[in-house]
Design a protein around this ligand. Structure first.
Ligand code: SF4
Ligand code: SF4
Length: 281
């Protein structure tokens, strides 16, 4: 269990606790302001991109100090966790509304509208979260309807997530002033700032999944399709036996490799049952 499960999930998976999605948490004015600021303060994200680029030249020991400060702060404000698609399905099983919106990161990094982010709520009409969104001056939320939010059924949303998975995108759940969970995103390390921060700069702003991937060497034919999509560089190919294996210390347990494997050679195991990485988040 990650530290959020202990803190916000009473020892169970925190992102499967319905109360972490509740409208009551949005009655906190500071949380509402934080969300408004998050989606409207474009200077903040521009500065974030510049700072990330600058970190490339920062000495290692300074970077590790910066990492501790940023990770600690983000855990309170906006922190994520990688989740495989079966966990997304469980969340879609208890929320009452799902709205697809444009990705804030890609609006800045690609200068394109990419509808990779999903707001979730326990209220059928999107509740207070939708209310906040509708009140924002968020020009990046262009799209099929006036408010920029596209309401999807659970089946439609799940099928969209399967499509994102085929694109090699990794599912992540996000807090807005923890523990309130407002959305599930589909990330890659080239365009998503949180993934760049976590993977490229080693400044974690998301936990690994509660799972870890394993390859069955008897089924693997060494096609390397799984390697192509792993955002975390966790799959290694052995030229000697012409098969791949998972580097558990790098694996985030997203399961994207599994969906690319036509031989069904990859499965996800419970992280807690793999002693070497049970406490690696
Ligand atoms: S996609 Fe499957 S068969 Fe191909 S290398 Fe990866 S694990 Fe092996
Ligand atoms: S090895 Fe598979 S499950 Fe692990 S991080 Fe890479 S794509 Fe995700």
């Amino acid at each position: 269990m990650c530290e959020f499960c202990l803190k916000h999930g009473e020892g169970k998976k925190w992102y499967l606790q319905a109360n972490n999605y509740s409208d009551e948490l949005l009655s906190d004015i500071r949380r509402r302001r934080m969300i408004e600021e998050f989606f409207t303060n474009s200077d903040q994200i521009t500065r974030g991109i510049e700072n990330l680029n600058r970190l490339d030249k920062t000495p290692k020991f300074i970077k590790s100090m910066i990492a501790r400060i940023i990770t600690g702060r983000q855990k309170k404000i906006h922190f994520g966790q990688v989740i495989p698609i079966e966990e997304v399905e469980k969340i879609f099983g208890f929320v009452a509304s799902i709205a697809r919106v444009a990705c804030f990161c890609r609006h800045f990094t690609l200068k394109q509208e990419k509808r990779y982010c999903y707001g979730v709520s326990l209220s059928p009409d999107g509740g207070r979260l939708a209310e906040i969104f509708r009140g924002l001056d968020n020009s990046f939320l262009t799209g099929p309807d006036l408010s920029g939010m596209e309401s999807l059924s659970k089946e439609e949303a799940l099928s969209a997530f399967r499509e994102h998975e085929r694109e090699g995108l990794c599912h992540t759940v996000w807090t807005f002033q923890s523990p309130f969970i407002g959305g599930i995103c589909n990330c890659d390390r080239s365009d998503c700032l949180a993934m760049r921060c976590t993977v490229t700069q080693s400044i974690p702003v998301m936990f690994r999944a509660e799972f870890i991937a394993e390859v069955d060497p008897d089924l693997c034919v060494g096609c390397r399709q799984c390697m192509r999509v792993c955002q975390f560089g966790a799959i290694v190919y052995s030229a000697a036996n012409k098969k791949v294996a998972i580097d558990h210390r790098r694996c985030y347990g997203c399961g994207i490799c599994r969906s690319m494997c036509k031989e069904n050679a990859i499965r996800l195991n419970d992280r807690n049952k793999v002693p070497a990485v049970a406490n690696l988040w």
